[in-house]
Design a binder for this molecule. Structure first.
Ligand code: FAD
Ligand code: N01
Length: 539
């Protein structure tokens, strides 16, 4: 079957990519493993799953009517509400007719003679397309569980990123949760309400801030509608894809009382950027950051009644914000409940999972259920999972063995006519992903239109431009505290994965300007060729 473009994935990125391609007159097929749209929000159905960017920002901005007709019910929408939104978008723009569900892309090979991508699925189908576009997600491949004995356990096991559709009732059960990242921190307080006994296995404590989630009032909704255009414009030109707060001062140029007042104001906002955008040097200066980190630690100490448990929950091995912070509702309060226990794996590591539970270096635990909240093979996992072969049949996974290399995070040398949405080297996971997804899908579509108008059949990132961009991405990261943390941004959560800071931290606005400049200079840094490709015709 021939198309202009094959798009891998029907999350928000794949859906919007399809919308733009169709609007520009390209034929496209979206291939999706799941049996529905929504990506992240299709798979992550664990109790308590919500967005941590305000719903009014974590939504599409491209269609004013869509923006006006969809009313979010809460400051941070739940997973079911976001999944309903994804389905609404699919229906509203009649996207499903070009999405093929229950279809997993297994291999994509660039046919050099025909200048086309041959895409094969696990189900045995083959597609033929001029362009191959990854919209396969940055957090869509759960990290392989690296704890021995998982198969020996006779009770039930769950992964937060592959949660049963029908939900799970933990009432009366002895439950273990392994991991204390965002997925765990959102789900634990709800699991605690059901479980007879809950044991939290923590290796590295996370910084978590209160969401202060609440229903949106009619007045708030009206205000959002009144200011939406301006708000969206600010987001597009911001640091993190949401409107910036002004950051005029250094944390070190004010006295402790003023800092305390500023951090408290940031804390009360109930937002990831609330504290981090009080001062301009919190992500670049360890001493400045330490003032904010200690503020949050003191908040933990004030809530958790047992001082030893509180200290165990206080992160000290990385700076606030350099591993993705979490937003919670009642996480630290939960540790004051008698049936909740915290196990510090830094003191007593897990040796293995046993028939009846978990064996640490000093104790055997028995459980009815184990929840793995152990995270993802982030940013590159879904791309290298596909056997992608470019010029000279070189495999992308092999080429990226020492870490991903991409020009603007959009394309990679040696793989012509292949694009990535929110790929490594773009703001991606450092931003409100909706802002970044829209920007990439629009840029890619404009590029394809340009190629069509100028008779170009091929586009490929040049090695020199890619090298320059990769160096710039690293240079900017190295100006910050991010590389000091063992985070999934660095690939540090997956054993054997190369360590380098994968997203671009220069800011969404700066990055957008760079992408626009590249386009306005005739796609500078890309090699465009007029060699003819076989024309695509659907069917
Ligand atoms: P995804 O939503 O991950 O969709 C990718 C799709 O590709 C999936 O459906 C997958 O099945 C499919 N796919 C992958 N490989 C293949 C293949 N080989 N063949 C066929 N199909 C394939 N970001 C924010 O900005 N704000 C938030 O509040 C936020 N909350 C999050 C909460 C959770 C629990 C998680 C895990 C992530 C969150 N994120 C958040 C990040 C989130 O992933 C993005 O916001 C966004 O949903 C990504 O959309 P996407 O379409 O790029 O990828
Ligand atoms: O995954 P994580 P996540 N033994 O990697 C631990 C987005 N998201 O699914 O840090 C013991 O953050 C690991 O410990 P350590 C958001 O971008 C958003 O929670 O490696 N423990 C860590 O504690 C987020 O950042 C929301 O020492 C092991 C945890 O498991 C990203 O997705 C909600 C272990 C994994 O934490 C990923 O979040 C959910 C082992 N062998 C997700 N292996 C929102 O709130 C891993 N761990 C919107």
């Amino acid at each position: 079957m021939k198309y202009d473009a094959i798009v891998v994935g029907a999350g928000f990125a794949g859906m919007y990519m399809l919308y733009r391609l169709r609007k520009a007159g390209f034929s496209a097929r979206v291939l999706e493993t799941a049996d529905g749209v929504g990506g992240t929000w299709y798979w992550n159905r664990y109790p308590g799953a919500r967005c941590d960017v305000k719903s009014i920002d974590y939504s599409f901005s491209f269609d004013d009517a869509l923006q006006r007709e969809w009313q979010w019910s809460e400051k941070y929408a739940t997973q079911p509400e976001i999944l309903r939104y994804a389905n609404h978008v699919a229906d509203r723009f009649d996207l499903r007719k070009d999405i093929q569900f229950e279809t997993e892309v297994q291999a994509a090979t660039f046919d050099e003679a025909r200048k086309r991508w041959i895409v094969k699925t696990t189900q045995g189908e083959t597609f033929d397309a001029q362009f191959h576009i990854f919209a396969s997600g940055c957090l869509s491949v759960p990290k392989a569980i690296d704890i021995a004995g998982q198969k020996d356990f006779v009770g039930a096991t769950y992964h937060t990123a592959d949660w049963p559709r029908e939900g799970v009732d933990f009432s009366g059960q002895r439950v273990a949760v392994i991991g204390t990242g965002s997925s765990a921190i959102q789900s634990l307080p709800i699991i605690a309400q059901q479980a007879k006994r809950l044991t939290v296995f923590q290796r590295t404590p996370a910084f978590s801030l209160p969401a202060f989630n609440q229903p949106l009032t009619d007045e708030q909704r009206a205000e959002t509608q009144r200011t939406y255009a301006e708000r969206r414009a600010q987001s597009r030109h911001s640091l993190f894809g949401v409107p910036n707060y002004p950051m005029e001062k250094s944390a070190l140029e004010v006295d402790a009382n003023e800092r305390e007042r500023a951090y408290e104001e940031g804390w009360q906002k109930g937002e990831l950027v609330g504290i981090m955008q009080q001062y301009h040097d919190l992500l670049i200066n360890n001493a400045a950051n330490e003032t904010a980190s200690e503020f949050v630690r003191n908040k933990i100490r004030a809530v958790v009644k047992d001082p030893a448990v509180a200290e165990t929950l206080c992160p000290t091995s990385f700076a606030l914000g350099t591993k993705r912070a979490c937003l919670d509702t009642g996480y630290y309060e939960m540790f004051n409940e008698a049936h909740v226990e915290l196990v510090d794996l830094l003191k007593t590591p897990i040796e293995k999972i046993t028939k009846n539970g978990v064996q640490t270096s000093d104790r055997a635990f028995e459980f009815d259920a184990i929840v793995f909240a152990t995270g993802f093979d982030a940013m590159t996992g879904a791309i290298v999972n596909v056997d992608v072969r470019g010029v000279g049949a070189v495999q992308l996974a092999e080429k990226w063995q020492a870490g991903p290399r991409a020009y603007l995070g959009l394309a990679t040398h040696g793989f012509p006519n292949l694009f990535m949405i929110t790929g490594p080297g773009s703001p991606s996971v450092m931003s409100n992903m909706m802002t970044s997804i829209e920007q990439h899908a629009e840029w890619i579509t404009d590029c394809l239109v340009y190629m069509r108008e100028h008779g170009h059949a091929l586009i490929e990132a040049s090695e020199a431009a890619q090298q320059q961009w990769v160096t710039h991405v690293n240079d900017v990261a190295n100006m910050t505290l991010f590389p000091q943390a063992n985070s999934w941004y660095m690939g540090a959560n997956v054993p054997g994965k190369p360590r380098l800071f994968m997203p671009y931290i220069g800011g969404c606005g700066v990055y957008r300007d760079k992408c626009d400049e590249v386009a306005s200079h005739g796609y500078e840094g890309f090699r465009l060729s007029i060699e003819s490709a076989q024309s695509a015709s659907a069917g």
